[in-house]
Design a protein around this ligand. Structure first.
Ligand code: ADP
Ligand code: MG
Length: 636
């Protein structure tokens, strides 16, 4: 039997497969494995599992979300969630919010590359032939609320080093002719057209077709043409394309305030506040009780004390007014916050400093909707960043304001026509942990490749020079970033072929992103492309690549193990004392890298699973990402 990922006793609601079937609630033991979620009859006295009552195949799951509790729900039914699959939702009630969160998180992880993940769901129950949220009377009716954490991009509930938004959605646009795995269906014509969203970031139009976004303002979605770009209208009637990851669905009206961190739990809030380390730093987040809000506030202790976090629930009076510690009532939450920005009134200090998880805008897929050929006259070159296989890389601005990195491709170093074709595919790859390709300039020589700019540069140099006694958690977070980016590439059946710390970059938050994916196929240099060549990444290659040039996602996995090793040795050269010929010989006969001092046995065992001589025994990136995330949870 497959390994148990989670196991818990929940109350399960009967599924009411027929309109007339009665509703009942029974205690069941739920067991989640990678393949199935199964529930069993359960003897609470003997705490024993009895007969199997039912199961859902993980691959059939289309979504996992919270449900709003019923009105006047009994105490043991306060924390419902739903597992949506082809037969409708399976409703389950967890004991508390923590357990519910843990299950939803885990389930989202295991299903995130499923086909047909839903884009919308019903936030309330289906009961007695009606959806309580939207009053629709067909059980199969499309959801009425857009997912806060869209398909594929399950939110990272782990800590973040610095302020960051949850993962923006990954693209699911229509694909080119590459044989890609089936994707969630394209958004049906306008299921969410008409939805009102609020801009979380400023967006200056990059093309004439784009629409300007002003932070905090409302926009109406007209058409979701592609996952990355939506057509929208502002309140003045202007229409155009906007990056979909710059807006959130208008909900409670708090989205427009920087202090409101919608999808944040207590420990994430504490992490963020501690990272900012500002006395009086605060934010407002959804409380673990549905529909309620909590103010999280950080105060610095005197002297060397590290400071502490307090959490205050925003209470409501019978008349619907809001108050915090003492009874100073306000008719709205923003009014209450404004008051407490000036008065501590019962709290440990006043709310002095807004801590926000949305400081810097995320990257867009391309520089405007549908743009991939960039006019070189719109580029200004500011400084040289380094020199690579294809020549000089420069930092510059696009249209005078957007940071970009520009690779100027030395003539004769790349098979350009093939690359230019491929660039159209690469443009559509978008993930928080991949360096975004913005476009190319191909009408002149040398051609340019224009990408997202990451101010902390190459990961290898960062490991060697910039880290001062990094904690194991920080190192593991770097590995997690890479594993997430690679899991996305793997889901797109895209092989990197040259994964290594030198091909990762670090942004200003310390987030690591993978770059140069697939590029090695276009290198014109035998020293680099031939496995006997001096520039071939022998130290990152598994036996099947060294011996038969067999590249696959599994050879990327091997390289990932070596990259982890680079991270935990702070950038040492793998097999330092051996030359390439010795490495081919020794690695093929079983030699492996040693355990770095900073890596404990668990972490080292992740590396060694990547170095199985049998490719099929190595994990997938999706599995790795889950393992690393779990370990991070444990470490915190
Ligand atoms: P190549 O892949 O052509 O060999 P690299 O990608 O290694 O070249 O680029 C050379 C150097 O330029 C890197 O080591 C890094 O320091 C810097 N660099 C490259 N791309 C970026 C970027 N997007 N943001 C910041 N620095 C970059
Ligand atoms: Mg490179």
């Amino acid at each position: 039997m497959s390994e148990r990922l989670l196991e818990d006793v929940f109350i399960k609601r009967s599924q009411q497969k027929k309109k007339t079937s009665p509703l009942n609630y029974k205690e069941r033991l739920f067991i989640l494995t990678k393949e199935k979620i199964s529930y069993y009859d359960y003897d609470p006295e003997k705490m024993k599992k009895k007969g199997l009552k039912g199961s859902v195949d993980v691959e059939k799951i289309k979504g996992v979300e919270n449900v709003l509790p019923e009105e006047n729900a009994p105490a043991d039914r306060m924390f419902p969630f739903q597992i949506i699959y082809d037969e409708g939702p399976l409703y389950v009630f967890a004991k508390n919010d923590e357990v519910r969160r843990q299950w939803i998180h885990k389930l989202k992880q295991v299903v995130r590359f499923n086909n047909d993940l839903i884009q919308k769901y019903h936030p309330c129950f289906w009961a007695d032939g009606i959806w309580l949220c939207c009053q629709q009377e067909v059980k199969q009716a499309l959801g009425c609320r857009v997912l806060e954490t869209p398909n594929g991009g399950f939110t990272n509930k782990g800590s973040r080093r610095k302020s960051r938004k949850p993962l923006p959605p990954t693209p699911q646009e229509e694909k080119s002719s590459r044989p890609l795995p089936p994707q969630p269906p394209p958004r049906e014509e306008g299921p969410s057209a008409g939805m009102t969203v609020i801009a979380e970031y400023e967006y200056t139009p990059m093309t004439e077709q784009d629409l300007q976004l002003r932070k905090g303002e409302e926009y109406t979605i007209l058409e979701m043409v592609d996952t990355n770009w939506w057509r929208a209208a502002d309140k003045y009637g202007n229409e155009g394309y906007i990056p979909s990851n710059y807006v959130v669905e208008a909900g409670n009206g708090l989205e427009r305030f920087d202090w409101y961190c919608k999808n944040m739990n207590r420990s994430q809030a504490e992490n963020l506040l501690r990272t900012e380390n500002k006395d009086g730093g605060f934010l407002v987040r959804d409380s673990s009780k549905a529909g309620k809000y909590t103010v999280s506030l950080f105060t610095k202790g005197g002297g060397d004390a590290p400071g502490s976090c307090r959490h205050y629930n925003i209470c409501t009076t019978a008349q619907g007014q809001y108050y915090l510690a003492e009874r100073h009532n306000f008719s709205s939450i923003p009014d209450l916050i404004t008051y407490h920005q000036h008065n501590s009134a019962g709290m440990v200090c006043r709310l002095k400093y807004i801590v926000s998880n949305r400081r810097c805008a995320p990257s867009t897929a391309g520089l405007g909707y549908g743009v991939w050929e960039i006019d070189p006259r719109h580029l200004t070159f500011i400084k040289e960043l380094g020199n690579g296989q294809f020549g000089v890389v420069k930092y510059g601005k696009w249209q005078g304001q957007h940071d970009v990195a520009i690779k100027m491709i030395k003539e004769g170093s790349m098979s350009e026509d093939d690359f230019i074709e491929e660039a159209k595919v690469m443009m559509k790859l978008r993930h928080e942990n991949l360096v975004q390709l913005y476009g190319v300039c191909t009408k002149q020589r040398p051609i340019y490749i224009v990408t997202e700019f990451l101010s902390n540069g190459c990961l290898l140099t960062y490991l060697r020079e910039d880290l001062n006694h990094p904690s194991p958690v920080l190192l593991l977070e770097m590995c997690k970033d890479v594993s997430e980016g690679m899991a996305y590439l793997e889901s797109q059946q895209y092989i990197h072929r040259d994964l290594a710390a030198r091909n990762c970059l670090v942004d200003s938050n310390g987030t690591v992103k993978v770059t140069d994916f697939g590029l090695s196929r276009y290198v014109l240099d035998d020293e680099y492309t031939s496995s006997a060549g001096s520039k071939f990444p022998v130290r990152w290659s598994p036996p099947e690549v060294l011996l038969y040039c067999k590249f696959s996602s599994k050879s990327d996995i091997w390289a990932f193990g070596v990259l982890m090793w680079e991270v935990y040795t702070l950038g040492r050269m793998p097999y330092e004392r051996l030359n390439n010929t010795e490495i081919v010989e020794k690695v093929s006969s079983g030699l492996r890298l040693y355990r770095p001092q900073l890596a404990n046995e668990r972490i080292y065992s992740i590396m060694t699973t990547c170095w199985s001589d049998k490719p099929e025994e190595r994990p997938t990136f999706q599995e790795l990402a889950v393992t690393v995330q779990d370990l991070l949870y444990e470490l915190q």
